[in-house]
Design a protein around this ligand. Structure first.
Ligand SMILES: Nc1ncnc2c1ncn2[C@@H]1O[C@H](COP(=O)(O)OP(=O)(O)OP(=O)(O)O)[C@@H](O)[C@H]1O
Length: 255
């Protein structure tokens, strides 16, 4: 589904202006990464799009039939519920109760993400990567047309994060939701997204809307992204001057 964001400003009651003149559109099925410095307003923006925060000046427009999923930095599983019950919790919401295929879809996704033997396990019995896989099942089981992801693979070891990125790309290709994916990592953004939106320091506004010139399927080796990073940052040196924190990037040498 298409999405249009027009926010003249979002100011918290304590006077902190998190977003200013932020305008952005997303086409149906597009994968968009949002990259910006810490504390600029990325989570604020996702909360506004999700309707969790309605105290802002502006409009968010998407089709009325749109369905939305949100995947947070923490997997946010209920510790007292099994894997299957954590997912059923979402499926039991009134808007999904008439969907007779929903539990079959849950079983298929559990199988696809290799969780079929853990449906009766509790979150504390799962590794960090497995909890994120459950969160991915929960995000996709409702067949969202818009998927909001707020640094969902943070604080995982790199091989686990890469495995989850690959799973996400597979699920995205199969289900084609529009995705807004917040990350601090330029590598992760280039690996996943059709477009990378670079946000300024607070108050956040769009400073660069960059179309990733890489074919799909993408190379998963981050070394394959290095030449693209070099070109991008040579073309837009402003991205290096305090706008981005790029722990994985080696700055190109001046001639
Ligand atoms: N409820 C709130 N009341 C007041 N200020 C807030 C509130 N929530 C967030 N802020 C402030 O708004 C700014 C943007 O916060 P936000 O969490 O959206 O940034 P972020 O880009 O997601 O940060 P990070 O990358 O560190 O997760 C920050 O300065 C934050 O302190």
């Amino acid at each position: 589904m298409s999405l249009s964001i027009n926010i003249p400003h979002k100011t918290y009651p304590n006077g902190v202006c998190a977003l200013q003149d932020l305008h952005l559109t997303a086409e149906r099925g597009e994968f968009i990464a949002l990259v910006g410095p810490s504390g600029t307003g990325k989570s604020t923006l996702l909360n506004i799009i999700a309707g969790l925060d309605q105290d802002f000046v502006g409009q968010i427009a998407y089709p009325p039939q749109a369905t939305l999923s949100f995947m947070f930095q923490e997997p946010r599983l209920m510790p007292w519920l099994s894997v299957a019950d954590n997912i059923r919790l979402v499926l039991d919401a009134p808007q999904y109760q008439t969907d007779s295929a929903r539990f079959t879809r849950m079983d298929t996704l559990l199988q696809q993400l290799d969780l079929q033997d853990f449906r009766d396990s509790f979150p504390k019995q799962l590794s960090g990567g497995m909890k994120r896989r459950v969160a991915l099942v929960r995000a996709f089981v409702t067949q969202p047309s818009l998927l909001l992801m707020d640094e969902p693979f943070q604080s995982l070891d790199e091989p686990t994060a890469q495995e989850l990125r690959q799973l996400l790309l597979t699920l995205w290709a199969e289900n084609a939701p529009t995705v807004l994916f917040v990350t601090h990592s330029l590598n992760e953004a280039l690996l996943l997204a059709d477009r990378v939106i670079f946000l300024s320091a607070r108050p956040a506004r769009v400073i660069l809307d960059y179309r990733v010139p890489l074919p799909r399927p993408r190379p998963l080796a981050t070394s394959a992204l290095q030449p693209l990073q070099v070109t991008l940052l040579q073309e837009y040196p402003a991205l290096l001057s305090g706008v981005l924190t790029l722990p994985t990037f080696s700055q190109p040498h001046s001639p």
